[in-house]
Design a protein around this ligand. Sequence first.
Ligand SMILES: [Mg+2]
Length: 362
Amino acid sequence: MLSCSSHSSRATLSAFSHFLPTTSPYFNFSSLSPKTFSPTPLNFGWRAATAPKPRMASTFPARASAQPLQNADELIDSVETFIFDCDGVIWKGDSLIDGVPETLDMLRSRGKRLVFVTNNSTKSRKQYGKKFETLGLSVSEEEIFASSFAAAAYLKSINFPKDKKVYVIGEDGILKELELAGFEYLGGPEDGGKKIELKPGFLMEHDENVGAVVVGFDRYFNYYKIQYGTLCIRENPGCLFIATNRDAVTHLTDAQEWAGGGSMVGALAGSTQREPLVVGKPSTFMMDYLANKFGILKSQICMVGDRLDTDILFGQNGGCKTLLVLSGVTSLSMLQSPNNSIQPDFYTSKISDFLSLKAATV
Ligand SMILES: [Mg+2]
C-alpha cells in the first residue's frame, strides 16, 4: 500500500511540485505555502500538459569519463542507499546473475538500504516480490518500485479524485497498483481483443469521467485502445496523460530487442499532440518519491544500472552517484564510444564485483 503517511501532506506534495500540471483541476495549489511551492516555468495547462523534461545528456557539458570501479569499499562507505535496476543487474530474463545473493547480503550486513527500481510496468510490486522469491532472494515488497506503482503513487500524490476514473493502456501490473491505491480504472487487458468496425457515421463513445490515461508497455496494444485513450485525453477537460516510461526497446526474448513502452506512448503522443508526464526512469519522480519516503539525501544514494539512457541518467538527474554494470545491455565499447555522452561515475562488470574488489583491497 502506498505510504506517504510519515510526512505531512504539504511536505509530500512539495516534493512533487515540479511534476504538477499548474492548472490541474485535481490539485489545490493554494494549499501550498509560497516557501514550499516553486512554480515551474513549463506550461502544464491541461491542453499542453508535459512531463518535466529529464536532462538530456547532450545539452550538458560532457562529464569526465567513467572510471572502472577499483575500490568498492570506498563507494559502499560513501552512500547509505543502493538503488538497483533489476533486468541486467539482478537477473537476466529468469536467471539470477552470478553472485547477486551474496552481494545483497553483504550490503545489508553493512547496514545499507537496498531499493529495486524497474521501468517494467507489466507487474505490480507484489508480483515482483514473487519473482524475487522464486529466484531465492529475500526482498520485501516495500523495497520494490516498479513504474506501475509509480503511476499509482503519482496519482495519489496529486490527490487525483476518487470519483474520476483512469483509462489504462498496459498490462496487469498497472491495474493491480491502481486498485491497491483505491482508484477506479477501465481498459487494460480487457480491451486487448476489442476491434473497431468502421461504418459510415460510426462514432465511438467514451467515458467522460476518465480523468487520466496511463500508458505502459502493452503486448495487446490495438487501435481501439489508441482511439479510446485519444478521446479521453482530447475531449475530457483536464484529463492527464501519464506514461510509465518511454523505453525505446525491451527484452522479451534474448534473441533480439523488441519495441518498448515508448512505442505505445508515442502513438498517443502522436494522436493527441500532447507530451506525457513520465513517472518511470529517467524522470526523477521515483527518485524524489524514494528520497522523500525514506528521508534520504540524494547524494547518499548510488544508482546501479545497466542502461545509460535510463538508469544512469535517472541517477544523474536525481543528483546521485552512479555505477554502470556491464552485465546487461551496455558493453564497454558502447560506454566508451565517442557517440555516448552519458558517463556514470564508475563502471564494473557485475554487482558481485563488490565482493572481489573488497577482497582485493583488504
Ligand atoms: Mg536493466
